[in-house]
Design a protein around this ligand. Structure first.
Ligand SMILES: NC(=O)C1=CN([C@@H]2O[C@H](COP(=O)(O)OP(=O)(O)OC[C@H]3O[C@@H](n4cnc5c(N)ncnc54)[C@H](OP(=O)(O)O)[C@@H]3O)[C@@H](O)[C@H]2O)[C@@H](O)CC1
Ligand SMILES: Nc1ncnc2c1ncn2[C@@H]1O[C@H](COP(=O)(O)OP(=O)(O)O)[C@@H](O)[C@H]1O
Ligand SMILES: [Mg+2]
Length: 275
């Protein structure tokens, strides 16, 4: 197992080409946020925009549209029950993130199944939060073609892999990840990233980050990073930077609010950008 270091940031985050435009920085479609968990998809969307994703569309329950737009006018919104618009948004996306605040209702399950069916080769699909629990509970199979990134916390990983938290050692995790045919970011105090060809551990992070919405924020950051940068490095850099900011804020704050962490992403990306 290798340890992620600060160099990953300069190796991954590139200075922008002067002649580039928003279309060069990825189209991210985020799907989630029911009547109880609108905050989760708002945080994920903010994190994707602040990480530099070129175009962000958020498909969420209609009740969340006003709150989302009030905080993040940069995002486009789609009513997740409008199936034609949703289909177009998914088809046009280079990166799809599904799960933050999606909930476990029948409509959420239907939405997840429909999203999975629409995915095509070359797209990157991040699966977080409720989407992980639904895939585990209903044993959904994922179509071949897209690249999948799962971002479970330990309990979600227990549901998905069948490994009890106390049995989640690296060898057992590796075997389960291999069966999933995806990348797994196993979130905990020292998050582990299971890539196809190696396991990386995040050396950063603090208990000041143990607050609702922190994982939704990471999911949005990873979505923004993989929309712009090469896959494996993008995941490692997003995981590292999320905790780097969390640790810094944690020195002066008892608890780090995800919405505060998000406001620091872009300035730190600028500080660490490589040529
Ligand atoms: N503002 C919003 O809208 C927010 C919306 N959210 C959305 O809510 C949805 C449900 O997600 P969820 O994570 O809150 O609930 P769930 O999947 O039941 O897991 C909790 C269970 O797992 C256990 N557990 C064990 N180890 C753990 C670990 N390392 N990290 C965390 N938990 C661990 C834990 O143990 P316990 O607390 O009982 O000790 C408990 O039994 C999802 O869509 C998410 O996006 C949230 O992001 C919050 C902010
Ligand atoms: N004690 C801790 N030390 C380091 N990081 C933590 C700690 N507690 C939580 N985190 C981080 O916060 C995030 C929590 O994710 P998750 O449980 O999915 O939150 P939520 O679903 O509420 O957004 C993960 O990135 C995790 O690594
Ligand atoms: Mg979560």
């Amino acid at each position: 197992m290798e340890i992620i270091s600060e160099e990953i940031l300069g190796q991954t985050i590139r200075a922008r080409e002067p002649m580039s435009h928003k279309g060069n920085y990825g189209r991210v479609c985020l799907i989630g946020g029911d009547q109880h968990y609108g905050g989760a998809i708002i945080l994920a969307s903010q994190a994707a925009v602040h990480s530099g994703a070129g175009l962000v569309t958020t498909a969420t329950m209609k009740v969340n549209h006003g709150p989302l737009h009030a905080r993040l006018p940069e995002a486009m919104v789609v009513d997740w029950s409008e199936s034609d618009r949703l289909t177009t948004s998914i088809q046009q996306a280079t990166v799809i993130l599904i799960g933050p605040g999606l909930g476990l209702a029948t409509d959420s399950l239907t939405l997840l199944k429909r999203t999975l069916m629409l995915l095509t080769k070359g797209q990157i699909c991040l699966i977080d939060g409720s989407a992980i629990t639904l895939i585990a509970d209903y044993r959904l199979t994922l179509p071949d073609g897209p690249t999948y990134i799962f971002t479970p916390h330990e309990k979600e990983w227990e549901r998905l892999s069948g490994l009890l938290i106390e049995n989640q050692d690296r060898e057992s995790n590796r075997l389960s990840v291999n069966q999933l045919k995806g990348i797994v970011v196993l979130k905990k105090h020292r998050t582990e990233v299971y890539l196809a060809d190696g396991i990386w551990q995040n050396p950063l992070g603090t208990a000041a980050m143990a607050t609702g919405g922190m994982g939704d924020t990471l999911a949005g950051m990873i979505a923004g990073f993989v929309a712009q940068f090469p896959l494996n490095n993008a995941i490692l850099a997003a995981v590292y930077l999320h905790s780097y900011i969390g640790e810094r804020l944690g020195k002066a704050h008892y608890v780090v609010l995800p919405s505060e962490l998000i406001t620091h992403i872009s300035s730190l990306m600028k500080r660490f950008e490589g040529n």
